[in-house]
Design a binder for this molecule. Structure first.
Ligand SMILES: [Ca+2]
Ligand SMILES: [Ca+2]
Ligand SMILES: [Ca+2]
Length: 265
């Protein structure tokens, strides 16, 4: 049993005929386990972002009590809220977003990125929009960043606003290259592959999310230049792992590969 550790350069790491732990690290590595039950360790940095909700933010905002904005049972701005009061709270939210996510550009040189609401009462009789505007961003940019049209009524008018900024996302921000694994894979008595992959820095739930969103994909092909046997490639933005197929053992789906992976945050 030995542990074989690569550097950040692209190298070939060879195991022994016993059980090995092989850690390629950075670079595009060729990992060769030889016989034994081998464990291949890969390092990931996964970035998770969550959508920002106006009402959630506003309820924690220090100015909330004095703003006289209220929310209904679904968490949206309640009917009866005065548009002027809503505007104050909403603009404070926009300023918070500008600062937190470094949005927009100071085009007029006054030292800050301005925020305002484009108030359009002419959409249809009795309705209107309060569209967020951030200095330096076009309406098309804004439409990509803000979603979720909510509304509140005041008197005989309904005002619409965009309640959510951004989206929930899980993405691989860093990994250790494009690696290829050559191994016989062996077989347990149950007929499953005997070797293991360890994904350090990723949870099983994050794997599932990224597989569902297409941020991690799997494909069968002849990726191994040494032969024409089907290989399996796991790909994501900025990296991949090819599991070279053998006569006896090849993988055909991410579901099959997931059974080999130990997730280790
Ligand atoms: Ca390496
Ligand atoms: Ca590597
Ligand atoms: Ca080995």
């Amino acid at each position: 049993m030995s542990t074989i550790i690569g550097t950040d350069a692209s190298t070939q790491l060879r195991g022994t005929n016993d059980s090995d732990t092989i850690i390629g690290n950075g670079g595009n590595d060729t990992l060769v386990g030889l016989a034994g039950v081998d464990t291949y360790v890969f390092n990931f940095t996964v970035q998770q972002t969550e959508a920002e909700d106006f009402t959630t933010w506003a309820s924690h905002w220090p100015g909330f009590t004095s703003s006289r904005v209220t929310f209904d049972s679904t968490g949206d701005v309640a009917d009866g809220t005065a548009p002027g009061q809503f505007d104050l709270a909403y603009k404070a939210w926009l300023s918070y977003l500008v600062e937190t996510y470094h949005l927009g550009k100071d085009l007029d040189g006054d030292g800050k990125v301005g925020v305002r609401l484009d108030i359009d009462g002419s959409v249809a009789p009795g309705t209107g929009e309060r569209m967020p505007l951030i200095e330096g961003l076009s309406e098309a940019d804004m439409a990509k960043l803000f979603t979720d049209i909510d509304d509140f009524r005041n008197g005989n008018k309904t005002w619409q606003y965009l309640g959510t900024f951004g989206a929930d996302s899980t993405k691989i921000a860093a990994s250790d290259g494009n690696d290829i694994i050559y191994d016989s894979w062996g077989q347990t008595a149950e007929g499953t592959a005997a070797n293991k992959l360890v994904f350090h820095g990723m949870t099983a739930a994050q794997w599932d999310t990224m597989v569902a969103s297409g941020d991690i994909t799997g494909s069968v092909g002849a990726y191994d230049p040494r032969d024409a046997i089907a290989d399996f490639k796991i790909s994501w933005a900025g990296g991949s792992i090819v599991i070279a197929g053998t006569e006896k053992f090849h993988f055909t789906s991410l579901t099959e590969v997931k059974d080999l992976i130990t997730f280790d945050l």
